[in-house]
Design a protein around this ligand. Structure first.
Ligand SMILES: [Zn+2]
Ligand SMILES: [Zn+2]
Length: 360
């Protein structure tokens, strides 16, 4: 496998005179500075494809980027949850055809650092992501290496297809946590990832599954995704209800899927002895939590990180039809209304999942 040519991607704006086509793209220029720009249509180089994104999800990471809370290139086209149609093939691409509906695994790796060379590419020292460091899918077109594209069944709903990316991250998280069947599990936060994790926990046999979520709409969604109980952490009876369901012992497995120091502190508080806590949510990069080391020591807690989706994208595609994602309240916006879409994502006001249709 050749090292991915980042320079090539950065050079994509230099096109031959015969290709003076343009495209709309949502460009992050600086914290708080997101614009709809007009960029040259990129051409696929050897081993690459050009995709016309149909549905592109916005997630908490995008909100963090926009607020300057997550490291990203500037300027860069955002959008890393991508489902679209293959429009053009670069030289040597023979695994895909024009017209294929695909979902993109948005990361590229250096292939030669210590982590790449020991099978941990997702920890690569030079990891790059489309929509974070390289131009992403919130545009009328995006060029990616063909090996990052996974074919979806013809006619598959692109709104659900672009959820393969967060689903693949959730599968990696569950691999890391490996919850036991019949052992109590808590998920903190019922955004799209929290809901997918709820479904995966149900498929894995964890029981009972409790979801902690302040938003009543999301609590109702958690029940339809497989939670036995969905609790409001601000309710006075919250801890009493948790004590009742765990017999005062706490949870064996806990997933922090809200992305805040306070919810990590809550997970540590509610962990049973020998509890395993998955840090899944993306907290602001400089945020700090207060932890009593004695708690970790005396209860033999295990705190587990989970970053992105190594080797899990194909499994996510296989699982998509079984995740019940049609139950997600998805709100879509045309590309021109990107400001409304990002405002809806930041406020949590528009259902559970916000997506943009770059072709509209
Ligand atoms: Zn995301
Ligand atoms: Zn590497």
């Amino acid at each position: 496998m050749r090292a991915y040519d980042v320079e090539h991607v950065l050079r994509l704006s230099i096109l031959s005179p015969s290709e003076k086509r343009r495209m709309k793209a949502i460009v992050f220029r600086a914290p708080g500075d997101l614009v709809l720009d007009d960029l040259p249509l990129p051409s696929p180089g050897p081993g690459e494809i050009r995709v016309r994104p149909q549905s592109v999800g916005i997630c908490g990471t995008d909100t963090h980027i926009l607020r300057g809370e997550f490291p990203a290139a500037r300027p860069v086209v955002l959008g890393h949850e991508i489902a679209g149609v293959v429009e053009a093939l670069g030289a040597g691409v023979n695994t895909l055809r024009e017209g294929d509906l695909v979902t993109i695994e948005p990361h590229v790796y250096c292939t030669s650092c210590r982590y790449c060379r020991q099978g941990q590419e997702h920890l690569c020292l030079e990891k790059r992501a489309f929509g974070v460091h390289l131009h992403g899918g919130l545009a009328e077109a995006v060029v990616v290496p063909s090996r990052t594209a996974y074919r979806l069944p013809p006619g598959f709903d692109a709104r659900l297809g672009c959820l393969a990316e967060p689903a693949a991250c959730c599968i990696h998280g569950m691999d890391r946590l490996s919850p036991r069947s019949g052992a109590p599990l808590l998920i903190i936060g019922a955004g799209p990832a929290g809901l997918i994790l709820t479904r995966l926990a149900r498929l894995a046999g964890a029981a009972p599954i409790v979801v902690s979520e302040p938003n009543p709409t999301r609590r109702a969604a958690a029940l339809s995704f497989g939670a036995d109980l969905a609790l409001d952490p601000a309710a006075p009876a919250f801890r009493e209800q948790i004590n009742d369901i765990t017999h005062g012992l706490g949870f064996d497995s806990l997933i922090e899927a809200a992305g805040s120091p306070a919810t990590l502190e809550l997970a540590i508080e509610l962990a049973a002895r020998a509890g395993r806590i998955l840090v899944f949510g993306v907290s602001p990069m400089h945020a700090t939590a207060t932890v009593r080391p004695f708690d970790i020591f005396v209860r033999e807690l295990t705190i587990i990180g989970s970053v992105i989706n190594p080797y899990t994208h194909e499994r996510a595609v296989n699982l998509l039809p079984r995740l019940g994602l049609h139950q997600l309240a998805i709100t879509q916006f045309p590309i021109d209304n990107f400001n409304d879409a990002f405002a809806a994502q930041a406020s949590g006001a528009a259902g559970v999942k916000v997506q943009i249709r770059p072709q509209d």
